[in-house]
Design a protein around this ligand. Structure first.
Ligand SMILES: Nc1ncnc2c1ncn2[C@@H]1O[C@H](COP(=O)(O)OP(=O)(O)OP(=O)(O)O)[C@@H](O)[C@H]1O
Ligand SMILES: [Mg+2]
Length: 311
């Protein structure tokens, strides 16, 4: 699809470990459309984070990969991310400028010893030719936009003076201040309490609509998928088993794994509305119980046992 913002073709990622090679991604391909939210859902270890990190080229040295990742900015030639050298200036321009990433734990992105306002302003100074005062003014506006009350004064505080939800708002401000065309979110609400989680989801969705960018949202929570995403990719043990619009996939799942994911969610079989996001979380043990006689174990596969689906 030439019009998509990002294409991934036959991406394989392997890690060398003391006990052998782990194949984290087993030849995945997908297109990320412009201006919409795509969720990647799957159980722990299915390869969601490795997919997001591959786009940012943030994999550790023990990883080797093959396949193609192509980013198509609105205003420029396609960038073949997978063939850039690690120190290519284009990659540094891409990270933070055109593509930003938010992680589960906000302190991984924040420095504990610098004021919040300076950290957000730094993101502007790295990518744009503006003065420090201009960057600080933009930081205050952005902090206020993401819901930091009294941003002018809060700019001078340190991350330890903020709650977890406020810290994640700061990270979102840092990620969006250069108006990236793609925002990668790796479980950005998992470490937050349910109420704060819901607030942050609403914020991410409203900012996506305001900035008209694309979001790739990693989660293992089908409630979050239903709440935030337009499209969904279902992953299982390094492979994509199904993808499509959220409505289509959640209403009429085609793959047996997706069907079992859905039936493992309380309330789905009966058609009752779920009580909350937490109730929809995909727990391995529930999934194992739900899949029961429909699967057989085989292996070993790169150090793992794999379930094979009986269609
Ligand atoms: N640095 C690493 N070294 C070795 N194996 C790794 C490394 N990082 C990831 N893996 C392996 O790659 C596979 C996919 O990991 P990944 O972190 O993408 O899973 P995930 O779907 O994000 O899971 P979770 O929901 O727990 O975050 C797993 O089998 C994991 O153990
Ligand atoms: Mg992960």
């Amino acid at each position: 699809m030439k019009d998509s913002l990002l294409s991934i073709e036959d991406l394989v990622v392997e890690f060398k470990t003391d006990v052998g090679t782990v194949r984290a991604l087993d030849g995945i391909s997908f297109e990320l459309p412009r201006k919409c939210i795509t969720a990647i859902v799957g159980e722990s270890g299915s390869g969601k984070s490795v997919t997001a990190s591959s786009i940012m080229r943030l994999l550790p040295g023990s990883a080797s990969s093959s396949g193609a990742i192509t980013f198509r900015p609105l205003d420029g030639d396609p960038i073949h991310i997978s063939s850039l050298e690690k120190n290519d200036p284009l990659l540094l321009h891409l990270r933070g400028g055109m593509v930003s990433m938010i992680f589960q734990e906000p302190m991984t992105a924040l420095s504990p010893v610098h004021q919040v306002g300076d950290q957000v302003a730094e993101a502007v100074l790295c990518h744009r030719d503006v003065t420090r005062d201009e960057a600080l003014a933009e930081a205050a506006t952005m902090l206020s936009r993401v819901g930091i009350v009294d941003a002018e004064n809060k700019m001078h505080q340190y991350p330890f003076e903020f709650s977890g939800g406020m810290r994640q708002r700061v990270v979102i401000a840092m990620a969006l201040i250069c108006h990236p065309q793609l925002l990668l979110c790796d479980e950005p609400t998992t470490a937050l309490d349910v109420t704060t989680q819901a607030d942050i989801l609403v914020l991410i969705k409203s900012l996506q609509q305001e900035f008209n960018n694309s979001v790739l949202f990693v989660t293992h929570d089908l409630g979050v998928v239903a709440q935030i995403a337009d499209r969904v990719i279902v992953m299982y043990r390094g492979q994509i088993v199904e993808s499509g619009s959220v409505r289509e996939v959640l209403k009429t799942p085609k793959h047996v794994y997706t069907r079992h994911l859905l039936t493992s969610v309380p309330g789905m079989k009966t058609g009752k509305k779920p009580g909350g996001f937490q109730a929809w979380r995909v727990d391995d043990w529930k999934l194992d119980a739900a899949m029961g006689s429909n699967t057989t174990m085989s292996g070993p596969f790169d150090g793992h046992q794999v379930r094979e689906f009986k269609q």
